[in-house]
Design a protein around this ligand. Structure first.
Ligand code: GLU
Length: 290
């Protein structure tokens, strides 16, 4: 599949920052967001803020507040309003209904434990890519036949796990503005992925693709840990008939031991730096120099 790329002059640049309020923002976020803001500015475009707050177990309002404060402190200005995914569920339900009508999804009754036990075929690594993310390759033998009737998407239907049936063997490609041409074979590098959970909420893959399309995002700038998700989201966007944005995956910031900065690295949380007297200018200098 080729990513539909319009000439830059044909559409105004619209970028977005999309933090998940599951912890304090750290230097790694700051650098990715800094790059996103710089690319939007360089194109004379817009920059939106989306809060990915669908994970009700892990998201906290206090982290939304601290993210807004940290972004303001760093001078990263986004255009109002702030978009909260938790307020956009009807949009995701509508998208699921379209995938259902097109026969591109199926209900999945397997548990995480079933899946963990079936990992005889690990997914292929991406060449030069980030480590595998946390969604294992779904065994094709667990798929229902393509013509098997689907349960209705009524109230009960929205309380099932639904998976997207990937086009096995098709190479999904896109041209990354940072890392160059990317390619992954569906069914080998990633398998049938969850688009809806039985708790009544969309997966990150579905919600992100729907929002990027609905908000008219022209370029997604995010961390390189999400490259594998990009292939899945391209499939969702294509299935919904939406124009795919361009992508720029920023290299991840590593700590002194070479591990990815995670939100648990509290010492590198922007809030901790700020409270310990580091100035926004000093942080900005670090982001630009690195
Ligand atoms: N909310 C996601 C995260 O913090 C990023 C989503 C995205 O940029 O697509 O990992």
């Amino acid at each position: 599949m080729s990513n539909v790329v319009n000439p830059p002059s044909a559409r105004l640049y619209v970028g977005r920052l999309a933090p998940s309020p599951t912890g304090h923002l750290h230097l790694g976020h700051a650098r990715t967001f800094w790059i996103a803001a710089a690319r939007a500015r360089a194109s004379g475009g817009r920059l939106l803020l989306r809060i990915d707050d669908l994970d009700t177990d892990r998201c906290r309002p206090a982290y939304v507040e601290s993210a807004l404060a940290d972004l303001g402190w760093l001078g990263l200005v986004t255009e109002p309003p702030v978009y909260f995914q938790s307020a956009r569920i009807p949009l995701y339900r509508e998208a699921l209904a379209r995938l259902h009508a097109a026969g591109l999804i199926y209900p999945c009754h397997r548990s995480r434990r079933d899946l963990a036990g079936a990992l005889s075929a690990p997914h292929e690594p991406l060449v030069d890519g980030p480590p595998a993310d946390d969604e294992p390759l779904y065994p094709v033998e667990w798929r229902p036949a393509p013509d098997a009737p689907l349960p209705a998407l009524d109230a009960a239907g929205f309380t099932l796990n639904w998976r997207f049936r990937v086009p096995d063997g098709e190479a999904i490609t896109f041209n990354d503005a940072v890392a160059g041409p990317q390619s992954a074979v569906a069914g080998r590098v990633f398998g049938d992925f969850l688009v809806w959970r039985k708790d009544g909420l969309p997966s990150y893959q579905l919600a992100c693709a729907v929002d990027d399309a609905a908000l008219g995002i022209t370029e997604v700038v995010r961390g390189a840990d999400l490259v594998r998700s990009t292939f899945r989201q391209l499939l969702v966007l294509r299935a919904l008939g939406a124009t795919a944005p361009d992508f720029a995956h920023a290299p991840l910031m590593l700590d002194e031991k070479g591990a990815r900065l995670a939100k648990r690295h509290d010492a590198l949380a922007l809030r901790t730096l700020r409270e310990s007297g580091v100035s926004a200018d000093e942080v900005r200098a670090l982001l630009v120099a690195d």
